[in-house]
Design a protein around this ligand. Structure first.
Ligand code: AMP
Length: 189
């Protein structure tokens, strides 16, 4: 199986590149942000609880996202592989993912980390907020909070994969196709 963690701060281009990677490699896209937004749209209890945190730009509890990922893995037993987008965001999530995959006799092949400067990120997020309709992309304070959460809780996840020799840094500034080509090169090596 080809299991890839697509990593990077909010606005790095994970969603855009995930769409291209799943088409090219025939993988399943697992975005915890999208799964949470579906719960919000369905007005489920989980969605309503998560929305309060997402609107403030803070992470939802580990158990919630780990549970969602577990059910998606169970629901796709014949998948060729998965792109994990926006997950894992804490080292506890990374360890839980390793355990879930181990139970299925598979593992993460690599973490592809999109590297983008903070100035560029804020610019991209505010632009995206104009047409994405995402409330958390429209408020500069919430964007700042999300980038803080990333620096404090999520950036350490890169070390988790570095220790396993699975970390690949990719320049996330350039055209969509340029970045996609860099990602493919790293995967195909
Ligand atoms: P995203 O679409 O990945 O930018 O996620 C939007 C928001 O959903 C984040 O700011 C968090 O509040 C929440 N979220 C998404 N994925 C996770 C995760 N793996 N762990 C905790 N919170 C998450």
């Amino acid at each position: 199986m080809l299991n890839i963690v697509l990593f990077g701060p909010p606005g790095a281009g994970k969603g855009t590149q995930s769409e291209k990677l799943i088409q090219h490699y025939g993988l399943i896209h697992l975005s915890t942000g999208d799964l949470l937004r579906n719960e919000i749209a369905g007005q489920t209890k989980l969605g309503l609880e998560a929305k309060k945190l997402m609107d403030q730009g803070v992470l939802v509890p580990d158990e919630v996202v780990i549970g969602m990922i577990e059910s998606k893995l169970d629901a796709n037993p014949t998948a060729k592989g998965f792109i994990f987008d926006g997950f894992p965001r804490t080292t506890a999530q990374a360890a839980a993912l390793d355990n879930l995959l181990l139970q299925k006799n598979t593992t993460i092949k690599m973490m592809l980390a999109l590297e983008v400067t903070e100035v560029e990120l804020s610019k991209r997020l505010l632009l995206r907020g104009k047409d994405s309709g995402r409330p958390d992309d429209q408020n500069p304070e919430v964007i700042k909070k999300r980038i803080n959460e990333y620096n404090n809780k999520t950036a350490p996840v890169a070390d988790y994969y570095r220790k396993q020799n699975k970390y690949y840094g990719i320049n996330g500034i350039g055209s969509i196709d340029e970045i996609f080509n860099l990602l493919c090169k790293a995967i195909d090596k």
